[in-house]
Design a protein around this ligand. Sequence first.
Ligand SMILES: Cc1cc2nc3c(=O)[nH]c(=O)nc-3n(C[C@H](O)[C@H](O)[C@H](O)COP(=O)(O)O)c2cc1C
Length: 363
Amino acid sequence: MIGLLDRVARPLLYALDPEDAHRLAIKLLQIAPLPPAGPDDGRLATRVFGLNFPNPIGIAAGFDKHGELPDALLRAGFGFVEVGTVTPLPQPGNPRPRLFRLDADQAVINRLGFNSQGADVVLRRLAARAKAGGIVGVIVGANKDAADRVADYVRLIERFATVASYVTVNISSPNTPGLRDMQQAGVLDDLLARVIDARERVTKNAGLTPVLLKIAPDLSLSDLDDLVGIARARRVDGMIVGNTTVTRPPGLRAVQSSEAGGLSGRPLLPLADRMLAETYVRVEGVFPLVGAGGIDSGASALGKIRAGASLIQIYSGLVFRGLRLVREIKATMLAALERDGSQIIADYVGSDAAAVTAEAWPA
Ligand SMILES: Cc1cc2nc3c(=O)[nH]c(=O)nc-3n(C[C@H](O)[C@H](O)[C@H](O)COP(=O)(O)O)c2cc1C
């Protein structure tokens, strides 16, 4: 069924404006009678921040921004789904066009700017499917016009803790002016203190919901030092490394590469892997990392785990490879386990991190 969906739908989707194509892909997935993916091989299972993942492959934030199809995505074989970014109040995001496919580079540029249907709508959807199970995290962000951005995050943690398997604090989107400044030490310390405090307040009703932090791949290493120090001191449960980049790696060929916004997909892989490894060596195993950025094959997925990711997330790779990518990644992981005589995928986490940090800085 997934093969059929890929073969029939993708030529059609490619003919459309990328944002219309995304809407149509969501509709198709909602109506496609995807049978539940069979159980995963037990060697792909992994326990991370207190949750049991059937496999380590997640769909990254931004695909299901409004919580419309987490169950269809779980049925398609993902081990977890991250819904969002959700803002407290609905907001339209930036004017269109704001999403660009760079076919020649297997990349995407977006400047969506947190278009969100708002917390009320997403909460209702997630509450309605809560009993269906599966790991569904929610990533939250502040409204563009928020008078007090930290208060937005606090409120969203309180509200989503009951329906989300985990909640991620997004301070790394390049498309909300000033948002990434929240990664600076003073602001971040206050934000995390209040966010973790909010999580503790709702624990009685919601259980202990893991709180993650998603960072940009564009931080300097000294900023990363500070950031990891604060995340450790404030006891976050994990970090996602990372979001899209505002840099433009040399060699991009598509004319759309000059569009403003965050770049994702294949050209992001070297920088994303490097930042992940740099984060891994600084975190020293105190909390686990989720690796995102540029995965479009089994090899790049396994490379991400070796660079330090306990879990991985994909988005742009799906645009170019379709849902079969999920199956391919699982097959590559299982082949590696067979070859190496390993019992669990967690054996690979961070095995190459030190080596990656010793390489020349990616161009
Ligand atoms: C169209 C699009 C929308 C995105 N929206 C969000 C978002 O709302 N929140 C977020 O944290 N990341 C968002 N991202 C970033 C992805 O979650 C991911 O971190 C990034 O794309 C790198 O992974 P990839 O190279 O596999 O796409 C978006 C990415 C794309 C391509």
